[in-house]
Write a protein that binds this ligand. Sequence first.
Ligand SMILES: Cc1cc2nc3c(=O)[nH]c(=O)nc-3n(C[C@H](O)[C@H](O)[C@H](O)COP(=O)(O)OP(=O)(O)OC[C@H]3O[C@@H](n4cnc5c(N)ncnc54)[C@H](O)[C@@H]3O)c2cc1C
Length: 467
Amino acid sequence: MSTTERPRILVVGGGYVGLYAARRILKKMRYGEATVTVVDPRSYMTYQPFLPEAAAGSISPRHVVVPLRRVLPKAEVLTGRVTTIDQDRKVATIAPLVGEAYELPFDYLVIAMGAVSRTFPIPGLAEQGIGMKGIEEAIGLRNHVLEQLDKADSTTDEDVRRKALTFVFVGGGFAGAETIGEVEDMARDAAKYYTNVSREDMRFILVDAADKILPEVGPKLGQYGKEHLEGRGVEVYLSTSMDSCVDGHVVLKNGLEVDSNTIVWTAGVKPNPVLSRFGLPLGPRGHVDTQTTLQVQGTDYVWAAGDNAQVPDLVGRKAGNENAWCPPNAQHALRQARVLGDNVISGMRGFPQKEYSHANKGAVAGLGLHKGVAMIVMGKMKIKLKGRLAWYMHRGYHGLAMPTWNRKIRVFADWTLAMFLKREVVSLGAMETPREEFYEAAKPAPAPAAAKAEPSPAKTEEKAKAS
Ligand SMILES: Cc1cc2nc3c(=O)[nH]c(=O)nc-3n(C[C@H](O)[C@H](O)[C@H](O)COP(=O)(O)OP(=O)(O)OC[C@H]3O[C@@H](n4cnc5c(N)ncnc54)[C@H](O)[C@@H]3O)c2cc1C
């Protein structure tokens, strides 16, 4: 980390907001005006809307992430976690990947730490659940699902087989509905190559505590999404929740019990709990409380945006809803980041702040190859699309929203190749323990006990002579 005479703008989190805000600040800044430092435990930004497609193998996982050091060459990028912030001393504590934690002074602060999975104390969930917030989880899920097909194909034990072929997804929002849609599609495709596994042998279950799925696209398209998934053999249980899943034995509130090796948890997000150690005003659900300018309430040097902030929704408020807040999605995160970047520059130079206002443009969701739903808002009109056309909208929108031309081109290239080549259905589960096989090979020679048990050939010869 550089020591600098220039003021430091510390950006906590290099996700959607962090990356775009830092780029904006660097673009607008005069040469040498400030040092921009971005801290994130990962060295890359993840485009989360593509995680379900990465889990299904439609996009290469590496193409869904953007290396921070490459896209922010003029920033100082630190790989580590901000653990506390002392607002009086204007100092943040950084826990790097290795070594001692250290303090980093700053003059201006941007809080962009996003959200974490919202979980409940359900017995077995911590041990059995898989989240869908990062690329590691998407790769893990893909390998895991394909491994279950391998297992089921090669066992004679009916219980093992049934457990392997039962897949439970909890949460039917964007993340859950898209992930089950994509993974079911992949498993259906993969089953063609297995002798003893067919799609009919598999059980896909989607559970949600609400009475609908995909609330982001409205009730009608949500209902369509549900019926579409059911038409593909997915069991959808609404207004129910998971009571426990100890050792993979899933018990739902509606009385259903199944055994499953795969429990995917996508039941919503909550602001990063670390925020409580930042000495900033928080809203009732733990978000950083911001003004319409994205400046944190009661401060003139801290800004926040994205999933970790509660930002007043000016459009909703103008329409009469006094308690309207911007929903946590990529659409807002991207636009807030731009306004935030401009406001940091204005704040540094003592100029007035701009207000953030954005009218919802709609939502798109992919449910597997050639399947999707889309709601496009144009003024007062809402255009609802489903099926192949909606899926093209989904791909077109997200393909273009993917940060950097490098990644856009790679993603479109993946899709184009997939039109001509068959989907990759190999499980690389051993990737999680890459050293295991080498360790076995390089292990020291067998212990003396083993040597005793098997007499050496020389001794056997001696004995034979004596008798
Ligand atoms: C599976 C999935 C599908 C989605 N699909 C859609 C969609 O179709 N459309 C849509 O609009 N939105 C979608 N979203 C939501 C969208 O991705 C988020 O709203 C958006 O990423 C929020 O941006 P952010 O910058 O606030 O948070 P993030 O992009 O999550 O970035 C937060 C960053 O902070 C870092 N961080 C965490 N803790 C610390 C720490 N202690 N110190 C430093 N850094 C830290 C993280 O590593 C991360 O890089 C989806 C989300 C998921 C999970």
